[in-house]
Design a protein around this ligand. Structure first.
Ligand code: ROI
Length: 162
């Protein structure tokens, strides 16, 4: 059987409960999932919340090698979120664990339940700063700019190494 491996970037976030333990455990869980290997992980950052007033977040990014389709990967991310007790409440409210699919190779995908690249990644310092640590040369295919070029265009003053 021929299996092709694809490179994908995910963003992780948490601002409820023991965020550091949750984020580390989520990465371990993903790495133990058949068809997924965690290849790199960023540092964790304390970030001011975007959206309604709520506690600061802990955010980071990881690079995965996957033998899954983008939709299969999304299903896995949602499953892991649910295993860690995430209850989907208000749209931009606090959360125990948020796993977002950010990039998948150089794919541009627009479907009702999945958009790749993540549509707000280019403006989010809490995604770009950690991603820049581990994938600075990756070209975001919609803008044609690398992560290091994108991070230079935004204000990252609310993102601090944890
Ligand atoms: N704000 C920050 N700083 N980090 C997040 O992970 C995050 N996630 C969200 C919203 C509510 C948009 N704000 C966030 O979903």
């Amino acid at each position: 059987m021929v299996t092709t491996k694809a490179k994908s970037a995910i963003a992780l976030g948490s601002n409820l409960g023991d965020s550091l333990t949750t984020l580390e455990a989520a990465l371990t869980n993903l790495d133990q999932t058949p068809g997924i290997a965690v290849k790199a992980k960023s540092s964790w950052y304390t970030t001011a919340p975007i959206g309604p007033q709520q506690p600061d977040y802990l955010n980071g990014c990881a690079i995965l090698s996957v033998e899954l389709s983008p939709h299969e990967l999304l299903e896995t991310l949602l499953k892991v979120e649910n295993e860690f007790g995430r209850v989907r409440q208000e749209r931009w409210g606090p959360r125990t664990l948020d796993l977002d699919l950010i990039l998948f190779e150089d794919l541009i995908l627009e479907t009702p339940n999945l958009q790749i690249p993540h549509p707000r990644m280019r403006e989010r310092a809490f995604v770009l700063v950690p991603l820049n640590e581990i994938a600075s040369d990756w070209v975001e295919p919609v803008s044609g700019l690398t992560i290091s070029e994108l991070v230079q265009k935004i204000d990252a003053s609310d993102v601090r190494l944890c």
